[in-house]
Ligand binder design. Sequence first.
Ligand code: UT7
Length: 362
Amino acid sequence: MQYAEITGWGKCVPPAVLSNDDLATFMDTSDEWIFSRTGIKERRICHCNFSDMAIVAARRALAAADLAPADVDLILLGSLTNDSLCPNTASIIQDAIGAVNAASIDINSACTGFLYGLHIGTSLIRTGAHKNVLVIGGEFISHYMNWAKRDVAVLFGDACGAVVIEGSDQEVGLLASKIGCEADAKYAIQITNLGSAYSRLSDDFRYVDWNFDGQEVFKRAVKSMSLACANVLEQAGLTVDDIDLVVPHQANKRILDSLAKRVGVPQEKVFVNVHKYGNTSAGTIPVALAEAVDEGRVKPGDYILTASFGAGLTWGAGLIRWGDRVKPLQKSDAELPPNDKTALEIIAPHIERYLEHAKTTK
Ligand code: UT7
């Protein structure tokens, strides 16, 4: 039986920090409201292209696995904020890292993009179709934000993470997974004015917008993730007491608390970094996983439960068994291009445009 071990992990968080107090300088909100409703204190703002973050995360993951780029045979990129639709952004990453023997696929399932990618990549290794897969998840969501909409703009941030999965005879890696989609609620999270259904009908694409039913998403997120967790535990023949660490999608600390309660895991076993980065969509799980390993929260042979939900409304869960190694084999010196701007300076032109637009559409 072939398994797919996670042998490399890496993250890239851009340096510019946007605090809750920064947000309160241009919208009617407060640190108190944001922190008490979401657990978020600050988030990062990307100063370069999305692919720059993805390339750094990918190089760090490859170094941790000590895998040559030419040995990667598949790149799966989960993101909805790609550099471009054509060429697909996985191919931009492939070229930059020199993964000359890889196939490259963009996956757009929003926040679940990384988990969907891990599910697909693992399945392809287990069938023998691929050997070494690079799974990346991340987002440059600040670029698509309507900064005049306080109920959405405070929630998100930019970041990217990646893992390398390699064929193994040991029973490790993603041992069970379940993914799905509640498409009847697809418009509970909607980014409008982006895509051919809009551009076919209108000449005005300067402003994307968000329709967002936060409470509906909250309820469905807790329910779908907890059911998916129960499913993967059953598939793996484990109980919740066997779980050493939960690394869930980081959207809202209250969602994580409700999930832990419903699944029956003590909060100390739940890895949380939403206070530092907000919701980075497809980036949350690979970034959290990389931090959990680097911070010593993952031990050899640990059982890790992961779960995610996002626009679609897509959802999923996975049961990972970690391998023997918790230290990177090599360190990459990959870095983002330098940045000399504050987060507020980076997004200032967008804020101005969206605030002006909001006045004209009131
Ligand atoms: O990865 C998938 C992405 N989706 C999500 O993560 C969404 C999940 N949902 C949530 O996280 C929560 O529903 C929210 C954080 C979005 C909202 O929390 P809530 O406790 O459900 O708040 P609410 O929607 O009931 O809003 C309460 C009040 C409203 O005012 P009124 O109508 O009671 O006067 C809002 O207008 O809070 C107001 N409000 C704000 N006030 C200050 C909404 N956004 C803000 C804000 N600052 N940023």
